[in-house]
Write a protein that binds this ligand. Structure first.
Ligand code: C2E
Ligand code: MG
Ligand code: MG
Length: 614
């Protein structure tokens, strides 16, 4: 029904009032039959009013229409027939029917009013209308029904237009509400995962901070997936998107009602936890998140393992404002990444200093290359059976004019993040080949040189060309060059890497896996990739004489490598006892402070000469 309940209530009031006033007027003229009819009509309309109040609108409207129709005709018949003033109220029936909005009802009532006029005319003719002031002729009947029909027609047109306009307005309102809802979603939700986006996350964090009222902790966990790029590159972007949605679901599943998971960009997520009492609670939550992600995801039938690096800032200690907390959590996340990924780190103030340092280092490194502040030092490597020097590992050194000596663990990550590692790496490669060639020319023996290569250098496609160019430019045989790769590289980029390594091997270059034992230590990839040697990480070797656990690891790595036909280099040999034990386990090569630290090129040559003389 097009009519509103409140509007019908008002109409019923007006009708009741009209019959009431009419009853008073009839009473004053002593027309008691009319008074009776009018009061009866008013009571029926009061009943309709009551029904309408109870929500039975249709029933109320029908009763009202019937009462009007029958009441008016009865009043006219009882008084002056077609001359009665009640006839003035007949158009009201049509107006009301028009407001109700159904065509059938309107036509029916139109017909009823016309029929009523005819009925009254017949009553006149048969002399049953007693109070008629004059004779009624057919002309009057035709005139009255024509006027009523015309009024009905106008009312119909008017109400039709009105209903159409209202329907149009209604649908526009609906569309507006829908587009508002859509805008709301776009402004506050990530379209892929439907998680809150950065804007909404910041709002929620603001709310959590306000709800603290000076008590409890709010934790901001900044999460970045470690190997997302690999999934994207190897399985495709659709699989990457699916993985992000699965990660979003899993992160969301473990949260309380007042917590929030948001996606900031790419593979970056934010988790907001409120109402915590102790910092341990935050650590427990972070561990849970890591464990949740630790279960493999199924993508296109493949089990895909995902790890994440998490940075945590806690209010009020690490900041009381949204932006400060986000920035600090982000910094802590980078720290977690630097520390080897798959880890979480709490923010601490020294990280800010590190950022400043980082900025200095990144700009300084650019000039360092040009100003020749970089040097390559060489740490001799030994054959443990014969005791002879077989070559050296090239280790980069940066002598900064103001900061002094900067260790590689500080500036290599900076070089990697700023992209400079490619230039730096190419420079080290060239320098090392040049020096190795000179050793041979000076009769120091057929020494090999081992060069560390960052995973990022492998992601660019020109590593083979760089290696070939360096060898050719220095006229160094390929067998005199060894490239040291980290384990993480093997896991991250399987297909592409396997091809590159095959081609390097075809050149004649040796390949070693550096820091073995600290990463994934997966046997599968050792067989799959064309590697020659494993370098056991110094953290195990240094402690192997004091820790049975570390000794066990070293021994197991050596045995396993031999089973796979690989040679082993032990790094970090600091004393004779370690050397003897390594010899006992059948380890082929070693390097470490027991013999020498990394030395500048001229000192290294002198060391080799002295060693062969002895
Ligand atoms: P790495 O490749 O594992 O190098 C061995 C590190 O152990 C060197 O540290 C070396 O000085 C140190 N070391 C050697 N013998 C002993 C010992 O007996 N005891 C102890 N405690 N330490 C010993 P360094 O020179 O500080 O290099 C650190 C890391 O920086 C290297 O680890 C390597 O990952 C990276 N790095 C160095 N030069 C380069 C480079 O040219 N390119 C790249 N991408 N990374 C480099
Ligand atoms: Mg190395
Ligand atoms: Mg190493």
């Amino acid at each position: 029904m097009a009519l509103q309940q409140r509007r019908l209530q008002q109409i019923l009031w007006a009708a009741m009032g009209a019959f009431g006033v009419a009853a008073l007027a009839s009473y004053s003229k002593a027309g008691y039959l009319s008074v009776g009819l009018e009061l009866a009509a008013a009571s029926l309309i009061a009943l309709a009013y009551w029904w309408n109040g109870k929500g039975q609108m249709l029933r109320a409207a029908r009763l009202m229409l019937t009462t009007l129709m029958v009441g008016l005709v009865a009043l006219m018949a009882a008084n002056e027939g077609l001359f009665d003033e009640a006839a003035l109220a007949l158009p009201a029936i049509l107006v009301f029917a028009g407001m109700l909005g159904t065509r059938r009802l309107f036509v029916l009532l139109m017909a009823c009013t016309q029929a009523a006029l005819v009925l009254l005319f017949v009553l006149h003719q048969t002399g049953l209308v007693r109070g008629s002031p004059a004779e009624v002729d057919l002309q009057r009947l035709i005139l009255m029904s024509a006027i009523l029909a015309a009024i009905g027609f106008f009312v119909w047109l008017l109400s039709h237009d009105l209903h159409r306009t209202m329907a149009k307005l209604e649908s526009e309102k609906q569309a507006l509400t829908e587009s508002h809802a859509r805008i709301e979603v776009l402004a506050h939700r990530d379209t892929l995962t439907q998680l809150p986006n950065r804007t909404l996350a910041k709002d929620r964090l603001e709310q959590l901070l306000q709800a603290r009222h000076g008590q409890g902790l709010v934790a901001v966990l900044f999460l970045d997936l470690d190997n997302f790029k690999t999934v994207n590159d190897s399985l495709g972007h659709t699989a990457g998107d699916e993985l992000l949605c699965l990660v979003a679901d899993r992160l969301g599943a473990g949260l309380g009602p007042s917590d929030t998971v948001a996606r900031l960009a790419g593979d970056e997520f934010l988790i907001l936890l409120g109402g915590l009492q102790h910092e341990e609670d935050v650590a427990v939550a972070a561990k849970q998140v890591m464990e949740q992600l630790g279960q493999p995801f199924t993508l296109h039938g493949l089990g895909v393992g995902v790890t994440a690096s998490l940075g945590i800032a806690v209010a009020p200690r690490d900041g009381q404002e949204v932006d400060a907390l986000l920035k600090n959590a982000d910094l802590a996340m980078y720290r977690a990444k630097d520390s080897g990924r798959n880890a979480f780190r709490f923010f601490d103030a020294s990280m800010n200093e590190n950022v400043v340092e980082h900025l200095h280092l990144a700009s300084g490194l650019r000039t360092a290359l040009a100003q020749e502040e970089l040097q390559v030092h060489y740490q001799p490597q030994f054959d443990l059976r014969s005791g002879r020097i077989i070559g050296a590992e090239a280790l980069l050194r940066w002598k900064h004019p103001v900061l002094g000596f900067i260790p590689p663990y500080k500036f290599i990550p900076v070089a990697e993040r700023s992209g400079l590692i490619n230039e730096v790496g190419a420079w080290v490669l060239h320098r090392a080949c040049l020096d190795a060639k000179a050793w041979r020319a000076q009769g120091l023996g057929d020494l090999a040189v081992a060069v560390n290569v960052s995973p990022l250098q492998f992601h660019r496609d020109n590593i083979e060309r760089e290696v070939a160019n360096a060898l050719a430019a220095c006229q160094l045989p390929a067998s005199a060059l060894e490239l040291e790769l980290t384990e993480s590289l093997l896991v991250a980029d399987a297909q592409h890497l396997s091809e590159v390594l095959q081609r390097l091997r075809a050149l004649g270059v040796q390949i070693a896996i550096d820091d073995f034992g600290t990463g994934y230590s997966n046997l599968g990839y050792l067989q799959r990739f064309a590697v020659h040697r494993l370098k056991i990480d110094q953290s195990f070797v240094r402690k192997m004489c004091t820790s049975a656990h570390d000794e066990g690891i070293v021994r197991a790595i050596i045995e396993m490598a031999h089973c796979l036909g690989l040679q082993v280099v032990a790094e970090g040999v600091e004393d004779a006892a370690t050397l003897h034990r390594l010899q006992g386990f059948g380890c082929e090569f070693g390097q470490g402070f027991h013999w020498s630290p990394a030395l500048p090129d001229d000192a290294f040559r002198a060391f080799v000469r002295n060693h062969s003389a002895a």
